[in-house]
Design a protein around this ligand. Structure first.
Ligand code: COA
Ligand code: AMP
Length: 621
């Protein structure tokens, strides 16, 4: 392949040729005769994703190579699984699920901490053609219940506890509470008992993971259609009900396999580490599926960038396991920089094997970029993507041709993604002018084909606004060289420490407080976490309450109902919310005020005095 321009042009002008060639990287049970048809990629192909991630490599002689290294500073454990060992564990876990009646097309919810069994569970579902839905451990019972009711799993896989640096988080009581709140009843829950905290099992419903797997026969791979779903991953939308992003088997395998060599420049046998969580899309794509599809060694890290035990934690993992590519969120680098501004902890480790640092999940601010690039002396690569897309939309594709870096930009559109920045009328914005970042259809393989059991919402959320285009929900611009600048969400989604959250779901919870008449939650800028949620609440008439006490109660309520990951701590009591004459709350203006930015008073405002009131209320806190 030639340089970036040539690859990009081919992918847009001759997509079937481009992706047909990429599809040769996958082992098919039935090779697709059609690359793209009826709006789907590889519609007549058949494969098994787990086969491509494990069996295929063992058959090709990679059985002894490390597939997965579990490194857990919070438990003081490191464990390596070779490809052959991981295959054995996955096949037996699939056998266990099969014994519980799970077959192709059934859904399985996985609510687990960062332990190898979480990865094994995902691959075991893929092996059977079952559809997993992983729920991030930092969500509360109510969020888990919402997802259980929507996904309707036959089986739930969970663990007794997760381990945060300061506390052991008992997962099982959260699961029990979720199942009490949910209407759907899974036939079984299989619980991994961890030594840090044992879970009580419900007779008849719950099984103990270890004996259940030990007694199971290994299961073989089930061949599925390329268009069959591999997983559902719920992500925050603008309302309290999360969107079930669907990923198919064929397009996903082709795109992820292609991305490993072309976007990340990673080769089989190399150690690739995405320091994220299996509960997020980065974890799905780049802890589990892509590195294994590519025959790399992947790292599963149960710890934090700081405090487990110090800001040298990432550098220890890199040096100890020979990591060549590290992928994390800018917030993790900011956390390290805050505790170790001179980078002295990095100097304690031999980082000479590290080739690239990739960052995503939120905008990479130029300060963080320069700090990391100076410290490591390697390419630091910002790249932009979303749960919906499954893999990067914009990146510096080092495996094709490294392009000059422009700090603040994730470089250019990745082959396959026809990125267009549109003005409100649907016309292309000129270079340098901000607009809605969209992708001209068709989306490449691997991107979501729909939302689970809600195709109408899929169309409403992504396709209706600009016909023929996918609406990303991000705003930004292209420069004269075609570099993309992604400036932030244009909807009510916020990004807290690289975690995507919905202000709508927090507003629902706050509105349920007996003294709250009305509320709005906005994401305000935070030096470490990028954004933090801040609530503005109007109390019911006659509610004479101490604002500090209200704030504490609301923080506790959001923690209990949405989860600790929301990091909701600030709520300001105001006399009224600024609104337009048609009743729309002016969230963006409130955010500007909270960030200390200059703000315009919209001409549609109902009462202009409401804005300075917000500023005064903030000053008083
Ligand atoms: N299970 C239970 N609780 C969890 C959890 C999990 N899996 N993950 C996080 N939490 C809790 C934390 O314990 C914390 O609780 P606390 O309020 O009692 O302290 C809260 O949720 C917020 O967690 P977190 O966002 O991790 O903040 P932090 O202050 O503990 O750490 C960072 C800050 C920057 C170090 C951390 O957010 C980080 O490493 N971020 C990287 C994000 C990332 O990888 N994103 C994925 C996209 S690449
Ligand atoms: P998620 O679906 O959790 O991956 O979050 C996706 C959102 O995170 C995007 O819509 C962006 O708002 C933001 N995001 C992710 N990566 C980047 C990046 N490199 N630059 C700017 N924003 C990003």
């Amino acid at each position: 392949m030639g340089g970036y321009d040539e690859a990009y042009r081919q992918s847009i002008e001759r997509p079937e040729e481009f992706w047909g060639e990429a599809a040769l990287g996958i082992q098919w049970d039935v090779a697709p005769a059609t690359v793209y048809g009826d709006g789907r990629w590889f519609p007549d192909g058949r494969l098994n994703t787990c086969y491509n991630a494990l069996d295929r490599h063992v058959a090709a002689g990679r059985g002894e190579q490390a597939a997965l290294i579990y490194d857990s500073p919070v438990t003081g454990t490191t464990r390596t699984f070779s490809y052959a060992e991981l295959l054995d564990e996955v096949a037996r876990t699939a056998g266990m699920l099969s014994g519980l009646g799970v077959t192709a097309g059934d859904t399985v919810v996985i609510y687990m901490p960062m332990v190898p069994e979480a990865v094994i569970a995902m691959l075991a579902c893929a092996r059977l053609g079952a559809v997993h839905s992983v729920v991030f451990g930092g969500f509360a019972a109510r969020e888990l219940a919402l997802r259980i009711d929507h996904a309707k799993p036959k089986v739930v896989l969970s663990a007794s506890c997760g381990i945060e640096p300061a506390r052991v988080v008992a997962y099982k009581p959260l699961l029990d509470a979720a199942l009490e709140q949910a209407e759907h009843r899974p036939a079984h829950c299989v619980i991994l008992q961890r030594p840090q905290s044992a879970a009580e099992l419900v007779d008849g419903r719950d099984l103990d993971w270890a004996p259940a797997v030990a007694g199971a026969e290994p299961a073989e791979c089930v061949s599925v259609a390329a268009t069959d779903p591999l997983y559902i991953l719920y992500t925050s939308g603008t309302t309290g009900s999360p969107k079930g992003v669907v990923r198919d088997n064929g397009g996903h395998a082709v795109a992820l396999h292609w991305s490993m060599s072309h976007v990340y420049g990673a080769a089989p046998g190399e150690v690739y580490w995405a320091a994220s969580d299996v509960g997020w899309v980065v974890g799905h794509s780049y802890i589990v599926y892509a590195p294994l599809l590519a025959g790399c060694t992947t790292i599963l890290y149960e710890g934090k960038p700081v405090g487990t035990p110090d800001p040298g934690a990432f550098w220890r993992v890199v040096a100890t396991h020979g990591v060549r590519t590290l992928f994390t969120a800018p917030t993790a680098i900011r956390a390290i920089k805050k505790e170790d501004p001179s980078g002295k902890f990095a100097k304690n480790w031999d980082l000479s094997g590290l080739r690239y640092l990739f960052l995503a999940g939120e905008r990479l601010d130029p300060d963080t970029y320069h700090w990391a690039a100076d410290l490591l002396g390697i390419p630091v690569i910002d790249h932009w993507w979303q749960t919906e897309t499954g893999w990067p939309i914009a990146a510096n594709c080092v495996g094709i041709e490294p392009l000059p870096v422009k700090p603040g930009s994730p470089t250019k559109a990745v082959p396959g993604w026809d990125v267009r920045v549109l003005d409100p009328g649907g016309e292309d914005c000129p270079p340098g002018v901000d607009g809605a970042v969209t992708v001209k259809l068709p989306l490449p393989p691997g991107a979501l084909p729909t939302l689970y059991r809600d195709d109408a919402r899929y169309h409403r959320s992504y396709l209706d606004r600009y016909p023929g285009h996918y609406l990303t929900g991000d705003g930004g611009h292209l420069d004269a060289d075609g570099y993309l600048y992604v400036m932030g969400r244009t909807d009510d989604v916020i990004n807290v420490a690289g975690h995507r959250l919905s202000t709508g779901s927090m507003e629902e919870v706050i509105a349920s407080h007996p003294d709250v008449a009305e509320c709005a939650v906005v994401g305000v800028a935070d030096e470490l976490k990028g954004q933090l949620p801040m609530g503005f609440v109007v109390l019911k008439a006659g509610a004479e309450r101490d604002p500090g006490e209200v704030e504490r109660e609301l923080a506790a309520l959001v923690r209990e109902r949405v989860g600790p990951v929301a990091a909701f701590r600030r709520a300001v009591v105001v006399a009224r919310l600024p609104k337009t004459r048609s009743g729309k709350i002016l969230r963006a203006t409130m955010r500007d005020i909270a960030d200390g930015n200059a703000y315009d008073t919209p001409s549609t405002i109902e009462d202009p005095a409401a804005l300075p009131e917000i500023a005064r209320a903030l000053k008083g806190t």
